[in-house]
Design a protein around this ligand. Structure first.
Ligand SMILES: Cc1cc2nc3c(=O)[nH]c(=O)nc-3n(C[C@H](O)[C@H](O)[C@H](O)COP(=O)(O)OP(=O)(O)OC[C@H]3O[C@@H](n4cnc5c(N)ncnc54)[C@H](O)[C@@H]3O)c2cc1C
Length: 368
């Protein structure tokens, strides 16, 4: 039954952020309808690196608040949905070309500290011999040893659908395959639907107490299409992954030679997940792995592992578009924070990590 102060709320976007917002709003007694233009969990949220993590490398950009929040959220997912998540030991091997040992040590100490006493395990140093036992195919030449640290891993699609189930239990209404064509600050939302008499798509207008625009990489575009002014811009940065044959039970965080950035080589569902890239693009460009990205990822893998693999060894690839808060020259340094902007009855959400989706939803409650 609807509560006294219940609001009628529309959530636009059925990715992890939209689902977590719908869930938290419904838990707080609101009547929620979620609109998704395709299927739930079909876009960015299912194309991630599958890590529930604080993001060790964001410490270099001094994003302490975000890392701390994400580490606490990591713990929550691992504790509460153990069937779809797990602890993953990750090796960070050190060579002459990598960041210095003291710098990595400092970062990992901070990472453990921010995770708090209830962290999921502290980092430790492994000798060359120990590293070889964990990952026999890893480059031995120049290897000084490795840090071993623990992060979380998930099946992103399945975990998102688990959140959708929680929404259903709280009576959230789902309208999938329904594109929102316009939103405005007075709470009016337009959707395209097919009428009973005519299979052609027709526009209909619906009114809500609040509209939550949480359409991920499409959220800024939806405002533009709706002629709603917004000062927040998004940098859209594609990230691609390859699936290749299994190599180790341990994950690897690897520094890309001659670059500042890092990439992951992780065990996932008995295969290896290799990613990711950072390519700026427009929202209208196709979101798929280019030949250059494929070559980039293959050469990174072949730099670090033997025997080498060829394009024929690639079993699958997938790509997603990071919705990063705009304004940074370097995609690697762009903030992974989220921002919530309210314009009367319309609330737009920009940015955000998979891991922090619940925290983002809790912040949203304060903006209602
Ligand atoms: C390559 C890559 C790797 C990543 N790895 C990680 C990781 O390991 N860990 C982590 O924590 N984070 C990771 N992230 C970040 C994380 O995946 C994203 O920040 C998060 O999934 C964004 O979720 P979202 O719900 O905002 O967007 P989306 O999942 O894109 O959902 C938005 C939804 O809105 C719908 N939509 C759009 N327009 C409309 C409309 N007009 N009407 C109705 N529906 C609409 C779309 O169809 C879509 O389903 C990664 C991101 C990328 C790209």
């Amino acid at each position: 039954m609807a509560e006294k102060n219940a609001l009628k709320i529309a959530v636009v976007g059925g990715g992890i952020n939209g689902l977590c917002c719908a869930w938290q709003l419904a838990l707080n007694g609101h009547q929620v309808t979620l609109f998704e233009k395709d299927e739930l969990m079909g876009k960015t949220s299912t194309a991630s690196t599958k890590l529930l993590h604080g993001g060790l490398r964001y410490l270099e950009n001094f994003e302490f608040r975000l890392v701390k929040e994400a580490l606490h959220e990591r713990q929550w997912w691992l504790n509460n949905v153990p069937g779809l998540t797990r602890r993953l030991p990750i090796l960070y091997p050190l060579y002459n070309h990598t960041r210095s040992r003291w710098k990595i040590k400092l970062g990992l100490m901070l990472y453990d500290f921010l995770a708090g006493n209830k962290g999921i395990g502290k980092h430790r140093w492994l000798t060359r011999k120990q590293v070889k036992r964990c990952s026999p195919k890893l480059l031995q030449r120049g290897l000084k040893g490795a840090y071993l640290f623990i992060d979380g891993q998930m099946d992103d699609r399945a975990l998102g659908l688990w959140v959708a189930e929680q929404c259903e239990k709280e009576s959230v209404k789902f309208r999938t395959n329904t594109q929102v064509t316009a939103i405005d600050a007075s709470g009016v939302l337009s959707v395209k639907t097919s009428t009973a008499t005519d299979s052609k798509l027709a526009d209909s207008k619906l009114e809500f107490d609040r509209i939550i625009n949480v359409a991920g990489p499409w959220s800024a575009q939806l405002l533009e299409d709706s002629n709603v002014e917004s000062r927040q811009t998004l940098d859209l940065v594609r990230g691609s992954h390859l699936i290749v044959p299994p190599i180790s039970k341990f994950g690897h965080l690897l520094e890309v030679p001659d670059e500042k950035r890092v990439a992951f080589v992780l065990p996932f569902k008995n295969r290896t997940l290799l990613g990711t890239t950072e390519v700026r693009q427009k929202i209208s460009d196709p979101i798929k792995c280019s030949r250059e990205e494929q070559n980039y990822l293959l050469s990174l893998y072949n730099y670090y592992f033997e025997p080498n693999i060829q394009p024929d060894d690639i079993e699958a690839s997938f790509s997603g578009l990071r919705p990063l808060l705009g304004g940074s020259e370097d995609a690697g340094k762009a903030s992974r924070e989220y921002r919530i902007v309210r314009q009367n009855r319309l609330i737009s959400i920009f940015g955000g990590k998979w891991t922090t989706a619940r925290a983002l939803a809790r912040s949203l409650l304060k903006h209602l």
